[in-house]
Design a protein around this ligand. Structure first.
Ligand code: UDP
Length: 327
């Protein structure tokens, strides 16, 4: 199979590349390296089935050719991370919306019909006060121009673009709402909690818990995520649909901090930091974020295999090795 991945040097994109290369597929990655990194794809550079181009899909002249080549497309190119979104909302709007439109238009105008995964996010559920979210649940966004929700709005626009192309032109597109995803190669500097806690715990530094730490999340190991995405792309009943992807095991952020300290046998303590200090005045956190996975299960039979403890152990071991290499 020919697999084309936009944003393929990013955290999830590079795991998709690894997964498909391990199955003997041909993988073509485009990434502008704005949040992705060459180190994520270093291991594949010598593989004759792997090809990488550094380009921004907004201006890339070969998009049409890449789309024509592909049997499967994962559109992962996006500006992600709450901190990044607050820093540069203009880039978020441009990349996340125009990029998707360009891609879908290239597929349609070429007359192609590959399997397509469009990455959306649990952020689209917004401020809905429910504690777990099914695909049919309402989307609740704040008005008043708060940029914190810019990311959700761009991803919603992507979703509707995808539905429009699927309905009007019969494209085989699945929109996936990714819940918190964790695993090797994820970096903490865009505000992601698990890589931050792992680094802090391994250094025996205080773990920075924002707010009171009672907010909850459900973390899915990326090595499970890629299996779910592969199954959805190949599932005709999923085409034209939106599907939650994640793990429904829930933990509070305070609980996560304590568990990370325990798994790392760390001497770290917890340091509670008010949201305003962490993100600035504009920020509102989501209290609970847990996926309802019935639709994913019904469509694909998928169930996550990685337990949070095991992912944390793995990440602690990787962080320790990194520190040894640097020392
Ligand atoms: N968080 C935290 N300490 C950090 C980074 C994040 O307590 O160093 C919190 C953050 O406020 C949120 C949760 O951890 O409540 C998950 O944050 P992340 O940015 O990883 O995911 P998201 O908020 O997008 O679900």
């Amino acid at each position: 199979m020919h697999v084309f991945i936009t944003g393929g040097a990013g955290f999830i994109g590079s795991h998709l590349a690894a997964y498909h290369l391990s199955r003997g597929d041909h993988v073509y990655v485009v990434d502008n390296l704005s949040t992705g990194s060459l180190s994520n794809i270093e291991a594949f550079r010598g593989n004759p089935h792997f090809r990488f181009v550094e380009a921004d899909i907004l201006h890339w002249g070969d998009l049409g050719r890449a789309v024509a080549w592909a049997d499967r497309i994962y559109h992962m190119a996006a500006v992600v991370g709450v901190k990044k979104v607050l820093e540069d909302p203009v880039a978020v709007m441009a990349t996340n919306m125009s990029g998707t439109e360009k891609l879908l238009r290239a597929i349609h105008s070429g007359g192609w019909n590959p399997q397509v995964i469009i990455a959306s996010t649990s952020e689209v559920y917004g401020f809905n006060p429910k504690s777990s979210f099914a695909e049919t649940d309402d989307i609740v966004l704040r008005s008043g121009g708060r940029l914190r929700w810019a990311y959700a709005v761009t991803k919603l626009a992507d979703e509707f673009l995808a539905f429009a192309y699927a309905r009007n032109y019969g494209l085989n597109i699945v929109v996936v709402r990714l819940f918190n995803t964790i695993g090797p190669n994820q970096v903490g500097h865009y505000g992601m909690v698990v890589p931050s806690f792992i680094q802090q715990a391994v250094r025996n530094a205080p773990l920075t818990v924002y707010g009171d730490g009672e907010q909850t999340r459900s973390f899915c190991d990326v090595r499970d995520t890629v299996v779910a995405l592969d199954r959805l792309a190949a599932c005709p009943a999923a085409w034209g649909e939106v599907v939650n992807v994640g793990n429904d095991q829930e933990i509070s952020i305070r609980g996560l901090a304590e568990l990370t300290i325990q798994r790392a046998h760390s001497a770290s303590t917890l340091q509670f930091i008010p949201y305003q200090e962490a993100y600035g005045e504009e920020f509102e956190d989501v209290t609970h974020r847990r996926p309802v996975l019935d639709k994913l299960r019904t469509l694909t039979g998928f169930a996550p295999e990685w337990k949070l403890d095991d992912t944390l152990d793995d990440l602690v071991a990787i962080e320790r090795t990194k520190r040894l290499c640097v020392a």
